[in-house]
Design a protein around this ligand. Sequence first.
Ligand code: LLP
Length: 417
Amino acid sequence: MQSTHSLPVDPDRLHAIAGKWGTPTYVYLEDMIRVRCQLLQGLFPDFPVSWLYAVKANDNPHILKIIANEGFGFDTVSTEEVLLCLNIGTNPNKIFYTENNMTDAEMHDAAKQGVVLNIGSLGRLKSFCEAYPKSECSIRIKPDISDGHHAKVDTGNQDSKFGIRLDLLSEAVSIAGEYQVQISGIHAHIGSGIREPENLLTEIEVLLTASEKLDDLKFINFGGGMPIPYKINERSFDLNRFAEMASDRFRSFLGEMSRPFSFFFEPGRWVVGPAGILLTQVNTVKDQGRKLFLGTDTGFNHLLRPALYDAYHEIVNISADPDTGTQNYHVAGNICESGDILGLDRTLPESRPGDHLAILDAGAYGMTMASHYNRRALPAEVLITKEGFHKTIRKRKTPDETVDEFLNDTGMIRLDE
Ligand code: LLP
């Protein structure tokens, strides 16, 4: 497996992309995405395990098509994500919609679209059953297991807003029974960037046990959360070992089963995280007395993770001569907030304005969390295809186009027109 903390692509390619598309630009590697999909699909050869990709990690439709082409279905969380997946030609029965405080209108959209609806509260279950008696749905439970790379993405703990309390499971069963709705699936997701594989195994156990209360069950969805290493020497999640341990449990569970049954996992970060780079340019080198800053042409409007979670992304200067001396830099963005730091205390080769920096492992939760803060345009996105071509998969808007679009959306017109 390609190391995730060294540059996963020839710097000449990145220079060529920066030359043609400018910066900031997200660059994705199709080959790596495909290899990672195939690795996941090989993990459980003896069991009916299927893979759903969590669209929120990276929803560029070109990326979705690659992942669909590798045989994945999709885990979605909004009507908009469902529409995207349908638009690239996905069969609705391969789209799971995990709702979270959904509206009635969203519920009816999901029912019309024919996707698998995964319901996370008794109130929503009741309104679904009332509107669609004799149908079927999945339910999300709150497993009371805590994990995730940051408290903000720990979704399975006791105080989490997500899922139906386990002690209310029999109530869920009786609501569904009253309207002859089959609970055909059960789901949980304990967090993103799971630190302890044992927690995922415990969650599996909780779901297998809960499933005994559900007579109509056809599948169990164990959620996503598989982490990737962002730092050198970061302990990585041993997927093979995890799969071996989970397989033992699947074997004993399915041994007692006489009807067809499926298991699902729904990773996002693991599939695309290491396959994306945010390419940026150094605009300013500035000595502030106690700190030396490298100021770039991107910021937390384009990569929010460092500001939001203190997340670490490796930063490589692809332009500097590696034989020159190094310096300790704070790599800062161009957003008007002092929290706009992309990398604190980074040892980098002596850097100059005009150098290009590659911010690694930015394929997941990079572009999907980008915003127009400070009214700046979003980055361009370029795919390095499996044939080695560079393909625009999202063009950057010019400042004029960005402002035009905004004025248009707000019902204003440009004064200079
Ligand atoms: N399934 C459900 C129900 C989820 O809520 C999530 C992520 C996933 C699957 C995929 O999790 P993954 O395999 O990617 O860890 N913005 C944060 C991550 C938020 C994840 C939210 N839910 C970050 O940048 O770290």
